[in-house]
Design a protein around this ligand. Sequence first.
Ligand code: FAD
Length: 501
Amino acid sequence: MTLPRHTIAILGGGPGGYEAALVAAQLGADVTVVDSDGLGGACVLTDCVPSKTLIETSNAMTLLNRSAELGIASGGLHTVNAVRLYERIINLARAQSADITARLAAEGIKVIRAKGHLAGPGVVATPDTEVKADTILIATGALPRTLPGAPPDGERILTWRQLYDLTELPRDLIVIGSGVTGAEFASAYQALGSRVTLVSSRDRVLPHEDEDAASHIEDVFRRRGMIVLGRSRAEHVARDRDGVSVTLDDGRILTGSHCLLTVGMIPRTEGCGLEAAGVKVNANGFIGVDRVSRTSVPGVYAAGDCTGVQMLASVAAMQGRIAMWHALGEAVHPIRLDHVAATIFTDPEIATVGVTQRAVTAGQVAARVGKLPLATNPRAKMAGFTDGFVKLLSSPGTGVILGGVVVAPRASELILAVSMAVEQRFTVEQLAQTFAVYPSLSGSITEAARKLMEFTPETLLFAERNVVARPRLTACRPASRRDNRLNPSPRAGRPRPGPGR
Ligand SMILES: Cc1cc2nc3c(=O)[nH]c(=O)nc-3n(C[C@H](O)[C@H](O)[C@H](O)COP(=O)(O)OP(=O)(O)OC[C@H]3O[C@@H](n4cnc5c(N)ncnc54)[C@H](O)[C@@H]3O)c2cc1C
């Protein structure tokens, strides 16, 4: 006798939804995705993919503008053709969405292009049809938050989703909000030739990120001519005939050609029928989930930005996959957010993984912290840049790498070495003994590890902060040498596979 196929309905076709669909189909489930705006979701169509495509062009522009310094006769002023740039961005996003659509079709996943909602136990309804399912996954994403005094008009006052409809580059761009999205767009548009003012309500840009990295990038921004206004809260944005004026809460008025709002996200759950279905949300409206993506209602899971857990495509996708593994009875690791590698795509990029220096300073984790500037790296010299650093954090007792920060061009690629070290519990010694290509930026990662192995008065100067527990010579050296004896299982202390909480 064959068992009936497990039926799954997924509301939302972004990374949280489509990655889940692929896993569920692979495991033999009968899967239907209901999506209103196009597969790939906001990630592919309006947020992550378009912004990273824009940033690729801004990186090329930065390089072109440095061509004389690199010994290339400059052909004159490099300018951006905004229409071609935005056309490329939109086409690339659509092509990515089409690839995902084809992949889902190839896996036999049904896709319904419609707005859907929960309509009773095990039912997702659209205006035209109803899908009955054993398991439902909600992955409806989030929307840009706006300010009451600054309604976007899509022409001068914009959310990032409206940027690609412009026909010109903003001449004088005022970016409100200095979190990750604000910093990325401010960096990109400055490189493309816009005059940029970045309005930050906090002391510094990127208030939630590694302090050294944030101060570093703020210095770079200012050096390149960006106006960065700290402790400045925008209250009101008005549209003039061909520009905008932004009123700050202290009465100052800024004028520019365009204003970009990057003040966070709100969950996109309105009309999804959560309340009637009994799905609990938190005070900010995000769906409450546990570490295997279960909501408060049995059989209903949620993944991605609508949960507000960590607004990254990689996290959304992992939450979605975990939900399916769990629902379909596979062994599953509850999600581990402390190992998520993330990047802020400014120039230079800021990539981070694992334990933060903030946690060390707050006394939550004992760690040695070592930081190595990139300015002395030969490859950096050849490429003509001096900004950036590598920072590693290691356990004082065992030498195990706990986390790291890389500030460099393409730090998003370099962080993988640190990420693997954190995931696999490598020691500083193991990382230090790993071959790196000469010359390469990754050579600075192994060099930073070698520096952390040293324990002399000189290297204590290098170990910038050793706040909680300063390692004793006897505790540090032998531990890193006989790591395998100290940690017979490199996975010791990890959650065991199981059905989750
Ligand atoms: C500017 C920007 C840049 C970013 N860059 C990065 C990056 O570089 N790396 C990274 O990891 N993350 C990045 N992110 C975050 C990333 O885009 C999100 O974390 C990711 O999109 C979340 O995926 P999701 O599946 O939860 O939602 P989404 O991608 O928002 O997809 C949700 C889908 O659900 C559909 N939907 C909504 N409601 C309904 C409904 N009622 N019925 C049917 N369908 C519905 C929507 O149409 C959409 O297709 C960025 C975000 C922004 C704003």
